[in-house]
Design a protein around this ligand. Sequence first.
Ligand code: SAH
Ligand code: F3S
Length: 440
Amino acid sequence: MKKIYIKTWGCQMNEYDSFIIQKTLEKKIKCKTTKEHKKADILILNTCSIREKAQEKLFHQLGRWKILKKKNPKIIIAVGGCVANQEEKKIYNRAPYVDIIFGTQTIHKLPKMIYKNEKYKNILINTKLEGIKKFNSKYFYKNKNISSYVTIMEGCNKKCTFCIVPNTRGKEISRPYKDILLEIKNMTNNIKEVTLLGQNVNSYFYKNKKNKNICTFSKLLHKVANIKKIKRIRFITSHPKDFNNEIINAYKKIPKLVNFLHLPIQSGSDKILKLMKRGYNIKRYKNIIKKILKIRPNMKISSDFIIGFPGETKKDFIKTMKIISEINFDTSFSFIYSKRPNTIASKLLDTTTLHEKKKRLYKIQRALLQKKIQWNRRMIGTIQEILVYKKYKKNSQKLIGTTENNRIVIFNGSYNNIGKIVKVKITKIYKKYFKGKIII
Ligand code: SAH
Ligand code: F3S
């Protein structure tokens, strides 16, 4: 039996895609997955190109795999994901020992491509944006996890000027809601938590060919919440422009929606938001948060920030620092702006030095960490609902789970609690996790 090794970089959607790749290959070409790349017959790399150095990272990795292939020329090397869509043939030109280049939306073609490559020994490239086909229900697999990702839509019709995703994942496509529900219902009874995935889940919109059976994102949330075995619902990523009142009101009606929302703001300056073509201003962002907090006072908000976007002055940056204290973000991510090929922002004049950008990033990351620490401290002594994932370590009496705002909690408890939501009092904070005492 052949062995496959899959390496995944990037976002949750890539992780979900890699899961489909694994299950499809295991079924179609009778192979087993290995965690040791040295033992693999087929090496697969699922790449990410959201920020720079993606290409360099790819060729470094391929260089390492080239050595393995020299020893065993029968090894098949396949490259997929966003860099494959972005670079296509160029990957082969620079690394001619690559056998297969597949795209974000041709993962379902991989078994056939492998079969053909074995037979005819020629390079195969297919990075077409085939849309919905990869979600064909044939590819559903019984998932035994307690928590799982489910892609509900893919691609993006927005044109944020810094972003490469619309080029690599194509136009927005929403999966039929019946397929999404079926996929979740098909999971074993272990499943308690789903994270709905999409580049912009808020713009999920499905209608059938007769323009009937219309389903919006908030309607989909209600439908998912009606599945009894699902106890927690998360979603990622949201876009403030599409975060409408219908979605805000879902928080009132659906207790299964966690008290945690990732809502990327990118900048605290209206001028920069305009240059980014984000389609909202700070007033609108604050208004959304205000409305949500009114419904759910315990809601924690996390965000993404881009530092050093072309045209960002010290004044703009100060506005970003200000918004962090105003909104009281829980946990957030921040990145230095990275020029991406064929994006509108790549043509903008960028005069800020890298040194200055790094200084700004350091400042913002310190402020964001401070916010996170403050929230950690506030959580001490509180009772949190924890979804228990597993034993902390093999043979340990301790269990490990997460709070609604993604904090890891370790506590003593019976193995019967695995897969359940239990109440735990937070007693101590460490750098990477909390300790707690089970209440029920
Ligand atoms: N809606 C998207 C988010 C894009 S990626 C999705 O879920 O697919 C996540 C974050 O990466 C963005 O919110 C943004 O803060 C950051 N990002 C995207 N492009 C970037 C770039 N060119 N430079 C720096 N950061 C970037
Ligand atoms: Fe990218 Fe903006 Fe879409 S960040 S994925 S273009 S919403």
